[in-house]
Design a protein around this ligand. Structure first.
Ligand SMILES: Nc1ncnc2c1ncn2[C@@H]1O[C@H](COP(=O)(O)OP(=O)(O)OP(=O)(O)O)[C@@H](O)[C@H]1O
Ligand SMILES: [Mg+2]
Length: 229
């Protein structure tokens, strides 16, 4: 099922007469298996577009669809459930809970999804294996490097077997070698499981490896480039 943004607009009301556009005339089709990057300067609207796709914020105009059904017409609870069912999230600063081990961090959203203890155990070990951290499950975040913490957060995002991974500047806190390794892991997960990726980045060096690159400026997509990768 594909995600679609049709003529999406999102403005923030900075003051009574001052609207700030985070997204404008955004038309976007994200088919299953897509590998897409949003690239643009600070304040261009990358986070806004990711939050719109996630249904975390609602557009002020246009519509948002998944598999042809309108997401914007769902209730808050239905949208939360929809997100839990179909999406995984990765953040710039990993957002791991410091008091939980790597395993427990991965377990947490699975418990919210209502899996049995046995399923949770299997999924956690599957996810840790996918990111190459089978032996690190008992460690706390502060006992892991930045790259390893990001791998734990990737394991957490994929453990529920979502359709779509959304990642906001996932490599921004990492050195270039580790950033490259993280992108390679994304590419592997995309290839092996047809997992769809949409992520934002500032990093020009990563862009050539991405199938679809959307350049965004002042909330508008100014250019789309497709690479054969
Ligand atoms: N909650 C908000 N209230 C008011 N304005 C906002 C809000 N969130 C974002 N904006 C504005 O919307 C525009 C797009 O912001 P957004 O965070 O989407 O950009 P970005 O491309 O993610 O930037 P960065 O690279 O710095 O993370 C900016 O002008 C920003 O100031
Ligand atoms: Mg941002």
């Amino acid at each position: 099922m594909q995600f679609e943004l049709i003529n999406v607009e999102k403005f923030y009301q900075a003051s009574e007469e001052n609207k700030v556009y985070g997204a404008r005339n955004v038309n976007l089709c994200i088919p299953e298996g897509e590998f897409m990057a949003l690239v643009g300067p600070s304040g261009s609207g990358k986070t806004t577009v990711l939050n719109l796709i996630a249904g975390l914020i609602l557009p002020t105009g246009g519509s948002l669809k998944h598999g042809g059904s309108d997401i914007t017409s769902l209730s808050l609870e239905e949208r939360t459930q929809h997100r839990l069912d179909y999406m995984g999230f990765i953040f710039q600063d990993y957002q791991l809970l410091p008091i939980l081990t790597a395993e427990e961090n991965i377990e947490f959203p699975l418990q919210l999804k209502g899996f049995t203890q046995q399923e949770i155990k299997e999924r956690v070990s599957w996810a840790l294996k996918q990111v190459g951290l089978e032996k690190m499950g008992k460690r706390f975040p502060k006992q892991l490097s930045g790259g390893q913490q990001q791998r734990v957060s990737i394991a957490r995002a994929i453990a529920g077997k979502p359709q779509l991974i959304l990642a906001d500047e996932p490599t921004a806190n990492l050195d270039s070698k580790t950033a490259q390794e993280i992108i390679e892991l994304f590419l592997k997960l995309n290839k092996d499981f047809k997992l769809t990726f949409v992520f934002s980045t500032h990093d020009q060096r990563l862009i050539d490896q991405v199938r679809t690159v959307l350049y965004i400026k002042d909330g508008q997509i100014t250019e789309t480039r497709t690479h054969n990768v």
